[in-house]
Design a binder for this molecule. Structure first.
Ligand SMILES: *Cc1c(COP(=O)(O)O)cnc(C)c1O
Length: 488
């Protein structure tokens, strides 16, 4: 329908004044504000290493800053943007800061951020082929790249998800449905398995008695004899072993479970074999550690988190399954109002492979960043992280006042400050907690902790392409200085 510049439309020969919604902006305003935002983001990136690695705030500070009813009338856009970058966005961890070594960091690349803007601006609905043929083809290409990196067969495929938690949930439901939803279904994971697997089992309706934490050996890898025993015991008690979950990089230690052996046990028992490689899986791109993933290619399903070690923005997760047609059999539900979207198996409706119908176009991030940077850059960045972690391990081993608690594995090293002379376990835990607080308070580096066999452990997780050996060494030096200061 034709309309003139003033928004008057021709309706049945009469001129009607169209009410403007107030939602549309003229192109020049759009451009100016977008350029402003780009400048702010680029300035943040350029100054990232100079600022603090972390900035927190108490609720008592954030409430007065931001609590208010929604304004009925518009406020100047410049003011709102300024408020966002002053009162909101800085009160957070700089997770991509070169000395942010806490938890599992994420450091997206610039092409990935550009892809986010493009995908939002083009308003892609990535649920059905009918509504997004090009984007669906890209998601097929990207998930097939991942499949090939892991060595999974051509029958395998999957989808991008909001993250590893979502992927673990979909895998659990796929396992349950494929087994015909048996009574007494039981899920096995190691005592180092990720909490999201337990949550997935809970959501999937596995009763609490059906979640088995299998012990790990001294190397923090799942003990396969204990797994066999647990399964035997459960069968004897009339339970059905449904799903065995192995770590492809445990969050605490980076340890990869013996995947080939665990896969063989699962197969013998008729259980689904899932590998939670959320944070670690992309390390298959580094030949120095790829061998530890032997057996992942036999998995029924694998969780990957491109928003961790493939340098993508949140929320980019992935589930791959060995038999992708089976995945669609589990999740596909075809209502009348979507009948137009059934274009045959070749034309994948990604909404049929998981939970979400309305889906954002996550694959564009991965596709654009790999196209623009080349896969070699990703290989080098992952190998660099593994190198830094090995150097950190060597540094800890050599330092008289540091103790190694778990060796470098997929970018993770656990250690603690340990003064000379005898210290009891409780005092050592308290000392290390205080050391961590001191380091974090400086803002110079962000570190976090975990517990290994009950002991308080400081943990470095090194996976930012910006981090240098100087960043790692300085952070370890800060830990030593804090320890000396607290014991002097
Ligand atoms: C991060 C992680 C998860 C959870 O993934 P989200 O993307 O945070 O939902 C699950 N398992 C492992 C091993 C992880 O590292």
């Amino acid at each position: 329908m034709a309309s003139d510049a003033a928004g008057r439309r021709q309706v049945g020969g009469e001129v009607e004044i169209a009410e403007r919604s107030g939602m549309e902006w003229d192109p020049e305003t759009m451009r100016a504000l977008a350029y402003r935002v780009v400048d702010l983001v680029v300035d943040r990136w350029a100054g990232l290493g100079q600022g603090p690695a972390w900035q927190g705030a108490d609720r008592s500070e954030t409430e007065p800053l931001l609590r208010e009813p929604p304004p009925d009338a518009p406020r100047p856009a410049e003011d709102v943007i300024r408020r966002a970058v002053t009162d909101v966005l800085p009160l957070a961890g700089r997770i991509d800061h070169p000395r942010f070594f806490a938890f599992v960091p994420s450091s997206p690349t610039w092409p990935t951020v550009l892809a986010d803007l493009l995908a939002s601006g083009y308003n892609v609905f990535q649920g059905t082929w009918l509504e997004s043929a090009g984007p669906s083809q890209v998601e097929l290409v990207v998930t097939d790249w991942f499949r090939d990196w892991l060595g999974m067969p051509p029958s395998a495929g999957g989808l991008l998800t909001s993250g590893g938690s979502a992927a673990n949930l979909l895998a659990t439901v796929a396992a349950r449905e494929s087994a015909g939803n048996p009574a007494g279904a039981t899920v096995y994971l190691s005592d180092q398995g990720h909490s999201s697997v337990v949550r997935a089992a809970r959501i999937a309706g596995i009763d609490p008695d059906g979640i088995r934490r299998v012990p790990t050996g001294p190397d923090f890898a799942l003990d396969t004899d204990a797994l066999r025993q647990a399964i035997r015991h459960d069968r004897g008690a009339g339970r059905t072993p449904l799903l065995v979950v192995a770590n492809g990089g445990a969050t605490n230690t980076g340890v990869v479970d013996p995947l080939a052996d665990i896969g063989a046990i699962a197969r013998d028992e008729g259980a689904w074999f899932h590998v939670d490689a959320a944070y670690g899986g992309f390390a298959v791109l580094d030949p120095s550690v790829a061998g530890s993933f032997r057996g992942i290619e036999e998995a029924d399903s694998v969780t990957l988190d491109p928003h961790k070690w493939l340098f993508q923005t949140y929320e980019t997760g992935c589930l791959l399954v060995r038999d992708v047609t089976g995945l669609e059999a589990v999740f596909r539900v075809m209502p009348e109002y979507l009948q137009d979207t059934a274009l045959g198996f070749e034309h994948v409706n990604f909404g049929d492979r998981g939970l979400q119908l309305s889906r954002e176009f996550r694959a564009l991030r991965v596709w654009m960043s790999i196209q623009m940077l080349g896969l070699d850059a990703f290989r080098a960045a992952i190998a660099h992280s593994n190198d830094l972690a090995r150097r950190a391990e060597a540094y800890v081993r050599e330092a008289a006042d540091l103790e190694l608690l778990s060796p470098a594995s997929l970018g993770v090293v656990c250690y603690r400050y340990r003064p000379r002379g005898p210290v009891d376990a409780e005092a050592l835990d308290a000392l290390n907690e205080a050391v961590q607080d001191r380091v974090v308070e400086t803002g110079r580096a962000m570190i976090s902790s975990t517990r290994l066999r009950g002991a308080y452990a400081l943990r470095l997780c090194i996976m930012n392409y910006r981090s240098t050996w100087d960043d790692v060494r300085e952070t370890l030096g800060m830990v030593q200085a804090a320890g000396r200061g607290l014991t002097a």
